[in-house]
Design a protein around this ligand. Structure first.
Ligand code: HEC
Ligand code: HEC
Length: 271
């Protein structure tokens, strides 16, 4: 049989080969672009084209429109490294007055004696974003949410300016020095976890990542667990949920204990 005869549709093996290849292509395309997207209940699809776009990783209009309306509310805050970078003295002053109503839980100097988070020295962008999220319902907490719902935009900016202006916790930690857990220092590259400090400070700060040092262990652990379980969903693009989900319970414990109790030389180096 010459090569010309091999590659003609008269050759039954050739046509069968082409037929099977085309059939397989069609099946996998239907499977990947249509069946799989529909099999994910959290994807709210507007139709066939929407399913195909979602599988191809293209931005979908419906995803933008329905974000915040169906399923968990997502954060609508927009952050850049210069968000609230240079507040005025007036703004800080107004923030101080407003903060009186927060003192009962967050402490008169922004350092909480209970397990509410410390706010003193927290990045302004974080205070601002978390308050926006508590106000919109993207982040909820039975104790905290009622204090955010009635805040005006300017009040939120003033509170952020004030708390960011207060000094961070001094280098005092009652518990003995802890070894630095591997998950905090090196992350876990195989699981896609960057070192915590790459976003949270001490190595670098990525806009919107809270300062963690000196927060209460109970609070840190509760937040990591809430992010891992999907109970807290206000982190933009799931950047923290993806990490918390990939952490083992032991790593969560170690990271919380470590950030709650800093060896003095680290606090000095990063303050
Ligand atoms: C009755 C106690 C209470 C009062 C009053 C209160 N908060 Fe809170 N706040 C909390 C608790 C508890 C949390 C942690 C919520 C959680 O676990 O998600 C919190 C969380 C926060 C956070 C998020 C911090 C972070 O690191 O993510 C900010 C910002 C905040 N509060 C600001 C304020 C401001 C500003 C006021 C006053 C207008 C205020 N809070 C009043 C209890 C309170
Ligand atoms: C890619 C950047 C990034 C890395 C790496 C990262 N985080 Fe986060 N983390 C964030 C962001 C952003 C938030 C704020 C989410 C939001 O918008 O409310 C956050 C929030 C948190 C919170 C909640 C704090 C609060 O006060 O609300 C904890 C606790 C936390 N991260 C712990 C960790 C630990 C522990 C690690 C290392 C294992 C880590 N993070 C690594 C970006 C990161």
């Amino acid at each position: 049989m010459s090569a010309r005869e091999l590659f003609t549709f008269r050759n039954i093996y050739f046509s069968a080969g082409i037929g099977i290849a085309a059939g397989l292509f069609l099946l996998t395309a239907i499977g990947g672009f249509i069946v799989l997207p529909y099999a994910q209940p959290e994807l709210k699809l507007a139709g066939l084209w929407d399913a195909i776009c979602s599988a191809a990783g293209l931005p979908r209009r419906t995803a933008l429109v329905t974000a915040g309306k169906v399923g968990p509310r997502l954060s609508e805050a927009v952050l850049t490294p210069t968000t609230l970078a240079k507040p005025s003295q007036e703004s800080i002053g107004r923030g101080a007055t407003l903060a009186q109503r927060c003192a009962i839980c967050h402490g008169p100097t922004g350092i909480s004696r209970a397990d509410s988070p410390n706010l003193a020295g927290q990045y302004a962008a974080v205070i601002y974003k978390e308050l926006l999220d508590f106000r919109s319902g993207a982040r909820t907490n039975a104790v905290m949410s009622p204090f955010a719902v009635n805040l005006a935009d300017q009040e939120i900016a003033d509170l952020a300016a004030y708390y960011a202006y207060l000094p961070r916790l001094p280098a005092y930690h009652p518990t003995p020095q802890l070894p630095r857990p591997r998950i905090v220092i090196s992350g876990a590259p195989l699981r896609g976890i960057a070192p915590c400090g790459a976003c949270h400070g001490s190595l670098d700060n990525k806009a919107g990542s809270p300062w963690l040092e000196g927060q209460s262990e109970v609070y840190l652990k509760a937040q990591l667990q809430a992010l891992a379980s999907g109970q807290r969903t206000n982190d933009i693009s799931q950047q923290m949920r993806n990490i918390a989900r990939a952490m083992t319970p032991q790593e969560i414990d170690e990271a919380a204990a470590y950030y709650a109790s800093q060896p003095p030389e680290i606090v000095k180096a990063t303050d």
